[in-house]
Design a protein around this ligand. Structure first.
Ligand code: ZN
Length: 210
């Protein structure tokens, strides 16, 4: 089974805007609609009990608030996971405490209790289906699903490979794919090397880099 990076993908919806600032892909419901549809494969089973399929999901204000609240908890717990390394600088100063984040994440997961069921047709493959009691609101279904994915990630082996990219201006978290990986992507490594080179140059020229 491929690794579940949905929590990571949720966290990095807060990103560098390409101009030295920070952008938020989930600033409006339309942004969440796009994000959920882009992750329809991962969320399909989670949202199957709701009024929309993942591919046809349309976010409203309630869904946005719920998803952003889970994201804030995830980012606070990511900041804890990368210790003693530094967290993403995008929101490091305005995150809830790890204890508050845990409460929020667990409360979101508890919004929709899920029962796993095995479905194995006579001439087909076994598959896990999930049933939920009642008819939960779409916002609750989504928040609970995002929280479950985050719990799986944070309780799993990849948490130890999580890092905040240290390249200038980058605010991304990433999962290291090999031991020597320092940056979230090669372009960040290039930018960091250029910055280092200039800093060394200034030092060699006798100038104070500050
Ligand atoms: Zn980066």
């Amino acid at each position: 089974m491929p690794a579940d990076h949905l929590a990571l993908d949720l966290a990095v919806t807060i990103r560098h805007d390409g101009h030295g600032g920070v952008a938020d892909d989930l600033a409006e419901p339309a942004g969440l609609t796009r994000w959920v549809r882009a992750h329809a494969a991962e969320l399909q089973a989670d949202l199957a009990a709701g009024p929309h399929t993942a591919a046809g999901f349309t976010a409203d204000a309630a869904a946005l608030t719920a998803a952003v609240e889970v994201r804030t908890a995830v980012r606070a717990l990511f900041a804890r996971a990368v210790l003693p390394g530094p967290p993403s600088s995008a929101d490091a100063g305005r995150l809830p405490s790890a204890a508050q984040a845990l409460d929020r994440l667990n409360a979101a997961a508890a919004l929709v209790p899920v029962t796993p069921q095995l479905d194995w047709p006579q001439d087909g493959f076994p598959a896990e289906r999930r049933t939920v009691a009642g008819a939960p609101a779409a916002a609750d279904l989504l928040a609970a699903a995002l929280a479950r994915h985050a719990i799986g990630f944070l309780a799993g082996p990849e948490r130890e490979l999580l890092r905040a990219c240290p390249a200038p201006r980058c605010v991304r978290y990433f999962v290291k794919e090999h031991a020597r990986q320092e940056w979230c992507k090669p372009s960040c490594g290039n930018r960091a090397r250029v910055a280092r080179h200039h800093a060394k140059h200034r030092a060699a020229a006798g100038g104070d880099p500050r």
